[in-house]
Design a protein around this ligand. Sequence first.
Ligand code: FAD
Length: 347
Amino acid sequence: MRAFDYTRPASIEEAVAAWTPGAAYLGGGTNLVDLMKTGAMGPAKLIDLTCLPGLDAIEVKGDGSTRIGALVRNSDLAHNRDFAARFPMVAEAILAGASAQLRNAATVGGNLVQHTRCPFFQDGISACNRRDPGIGCDAIGGDTGSMAVLGWSQSCIATHPSDFAVPLAALDAVIEIAGPNGSREVPMAEFHRLPGDTPEKETALEPGEIVTAIRLPAEAAAFAAHSRYLKLRERTSFAFALVSAAAALVIEDGRIAAARLALGAVAAKPWRVAGAEALMVGEPPSPELFARAATAAMEGAMPSGDNAHKIELARRTAARALARAAAGTPAEMPALPASVFGDPAHA
Ligand SMILES: Cc1cc2nc3c(=O)[nH]c(=O)nc-3n(C[C@H](O)[C@H](O)[C@H](O)COP(=O)(O)OP(=O)(O)OC[C@H]3O[C@@H](n4cnc5c(N)ncnc54)[C@H](O)[C@@H]3O)c2cc1C
């Protein structure tokens, strides 16, 4: 048994004041508590955020943006009908993640800050620069099937596991943060970090900072009619992504007026691909166009071991997600959200 302190603050200010080096914030605990059990993480103090007031609401603000409090449970967001109608690929991505029980417990803030599923990080025993900076990386030369093909370094080849984060990146979400130095905002593109020489710094959060909310700009709702999330995984019922894609289009008079594309599970952050988006604008949607965009999306990809297949898999996933988006958002959530089996017309 490892001893740790536990505290349940009643306000954001109290939570920040309770933070000391070695402490960790606790959301639903579905990731952190698992890592404490394996020994991958051993916080000296848990600061339970789940009773903080005012962080469990989904609100449309005066400027048309949508603010999701960090303590909103994954299920509550995905099943909120107004939210799902405005941001269907966000709802689809959440419902493609974990299991119903986990989604009921997990918070959206915790989902963004969750740690890599790299087995060498998680087991608490293997050499892992992300867990113990400077110790080395047993993943390199290990089983690399789930590892990165973009943006990795000799220090770390892990990927970021969140499904939710991928459409947020595509839709230019903004992360609201509170901490010892006050409040600030970070664009989603800058929230997760590539490993470089400091893989232990997974996000833009500074010590003691809390994610308080996630904001989607008003413009993000313009993609509602043509947006899909597609996720390839070893078991459709319940598994992290091997690769995934969030694709969103605005189609006017038979041509693409705006395009968004981000890939998941290919890097340590959601991989937004502005070049691929730009080449689709002004063009009529077609399989050839989507294949070109998908190829552009994977520009610079390199296997980090025996995982060259992920590059082709990601290309095909991106092209298919775009084709599904062009076909139109289904009126109802597919029975198997984000699955290749959930949409026979495009399977
Ligand atoms: C078996 C299993 C399968 C899963 N499959 C998927 C999947 O397919 N797709 C997917 O996306 N996810 C999946 N998940 C991950 C699950 O969605 C996450 O565990 C969950 O979203 C984390 O949320 P939480 O509130 O429980 O976070 P916690 O476990 O409480 O926290 C996770 C991390 O975030 C930090 N944290 C929590 N809240 C905040 C905050 N507000 N501000 C700052 N830091 C914070 C904690 O300190 C901790 O480091 C799976 C999990 C399990 C156990």
